[in-house]
Design a protein around this ligand. Structure first.
Ligand SMILES: Cc1ncc(COP(=O)(O)O)c(C=O)c1O
Length: 460
């Protein structure tokens, strides 16, 4: 395996002692010198690598196939490709993207149960064999258009406690699995396993246990019919940051015993997953600038000062990215985005009831309906953390507002670690303290503590 160069990955190195947060500061300082205060992202590719180490430590039996739909930016996909993981692709374009980075077809699962015929043909001619299905019609299309498909039956889950439900659209009910498998048999197709997705943003780890047990039930039917069932795909649904109600480790503590019970290691079943949000959410910080502001006096807004516990005016801030751009996650991903302030407020600073709006001419374009913030001015900056999942992947340039630039960074030790994995083909054991310690200057928990020091990162 060849080693890759930073140039291929299009990122800057972080010098020792500096963090992605320092790059945020540096970019804000640079932009503040000019009138050109465009919104921008900083993406810490090292965070993506750390997530991978966290994955391998907590789910040692499960090979991740990153869900490209979540964030298809090339440096992220290239970093994950060099770590040797697989990819969940939902379309021809996603297959093209990962194959252009040298990913072998065996590391791709075409995990879209409802595929366009021409795209099934594309998968066939490009060697992609693993693909999901959940209906008879899909089986017939695959039988016609693919010479060598290895099919994975997607089953529905109880995703009622997930933030984004997927089983309303995909997944066969358990009662129809036998007839689907019989149909596959009649068509001479090769079914190799079962997949499921518990819904994105899963809040109940027991959903995985039930789904793993259901998958066992379908495996048994498949084996009874003579299929060589050797793949279990436990989908996505893992949290992207530690801010939510459920930590990754709380989920894996439930998944591992369920896997050992229903799919013990000695059965030889290969277990994969399709994490999306887990790998990328916390790597991205979005920085937006206040481009306009309105002050509404309380008589005007009709609010009751004493009831609200706030002051005599409310403030409307307009910033240069909105729901047609990165904040589409508010609609599509049910996200609640709250900013941290770039300028540290004074301890006795007066707070006002505020709303935050995107830059387009649409009244729907509202990022925060109500929050308390100090009075800020046009030209001030707001910082949104954990913005890597389902944000720019679905953003538009509606009204002529361009997507923010993304500044990719990685520390040298993490880059060296990636190179090591890349050249050896297997993950080297991670020095936990080296990779997991949050640098003192990082200030992740509160951007108000970041020291103002010059950043020494440079573009390679
Ligand atoms: C088939 C499939 N796999 C994986 C994912 C990724 O899910 P998550 O981001 O919750 O890990 C999705 C998300 O919609 C999906 O539809």
């Amino acid at each position: 395996m060849n080693t890759a160069t930073p140039t291929e990955f299009e990122f800057s190195f972080l010098e020792e002692g500096f963090s992605a947060r320092d790059i945020v500061e540096q970019k804000i300082n640079e932009s503040s010198m000019s009138d050109d205060r465009d919104a921008f992202y900083v993406c810490d590719l090292g965070d993506v690598v750390r997530k991978h180490l966290r994955w391998t430590r907590n789910l040692p039996r499960v090979t991740p196939f990153y869900a490209v739909k979540c964030n298809d930016s090339r440096p992220v996909v290239a970093t994950l490709a060099s770590l040797g993981i697989g990819f969940d692709c939902a379309s021809k374009m996603e297959i093209q993207l990962v194959q252009a980075l040298g990913v072998a077809p065996s590391r791709i699962i075409y995990a879209n149960p409802c595929k366009q015929v021409s795209q099934i043909k594309y998968a066939s001619t490009h060697g992609v064999q693993m693909m999901t299905f959940d209906s008879e019609v899909e089986l017939m299309k695959v039988a016609r258009c693919h010479d060598n498909a290895k099919l994975v039956l997607r089953i529905a889950t109880d995703d009622s406690k997930a933030v984004c439900r997927l089983s309303v659209k995909f997944g066969a009910q358990l009662k129809s699995c036998r007839s689907l498998l019989e149909q596959a048999q009649k068509l001479g197709l090769d079914v190799i396993g079962v997949s499921f997705h518990v819904g994105s943003g899963c809040t109940d780890p027991e959903t995985y246990t039930q789904a793993i047990s259901d998958a066992r039930y379908v495996f048994d039917i498949g084996e009874e019919l003579g299929f060589n069932m050797n793949l279990l795909d436990i989908g996505g649904g893992f949290p992207g940051s530690d801010n939510g109600q459920l930590k990754f480790e709380e989920i894996t503590a439930v998944i591992n015993p369920a896997l050992d019970k229903y799919f013990p290691a000695d059965t030889g079943v290969k277990i994969i997953a399709e994490p999306g949000r887990f790998y990328v959410a916390s790597a991205y910080t979005l920085v937006v600038n206040i481009i306009a502001k309105k002050v509404i006096m309380d008589e005007e807004s009709g609010s009751d000062e004493e009831d609200e516990g706030t002051n005599e005016k409310t403030l409307m801030y307009y910033v240069n990215d909105g729901v047609y751009g990165s904040f589409n996650c508010i609609f599509f991903d049910h996200a609640h985005c709250l900013p941290t302030l770039h300028k540290k407020p004074k301890p006795d600073e007066v707070m006002y009831t505020c709303s935050i709006w995107g830059p387009t001419c649409d009244g729907l374009d509202r990022i925060v309906e109500q929050c308390n913030l100090p009075e800020m001015q046009v030209g001030d900056w707001l910082v949104f953390e954990n913005m890597g999942a389902y944000t720019m992947a679905a953003s538009s340039t509606f009204n002529g507002f361009q997507r923010p630039d993304i500044n990719y960074v990685m520390s040298r030790p993490i880059w060296q670690h990636v190179q090591q994995i890349c050249s050896q083909g297997t993950p080297a054991p991670a020095e936990d303290s080296y990779f997991f310690e949050v640098p003192a200057c990082c200030g992740r928990e509160s951007n108000l503590e970041v020291p103002a020091k010059p950043c020494q990162a440079h573009v390679v």
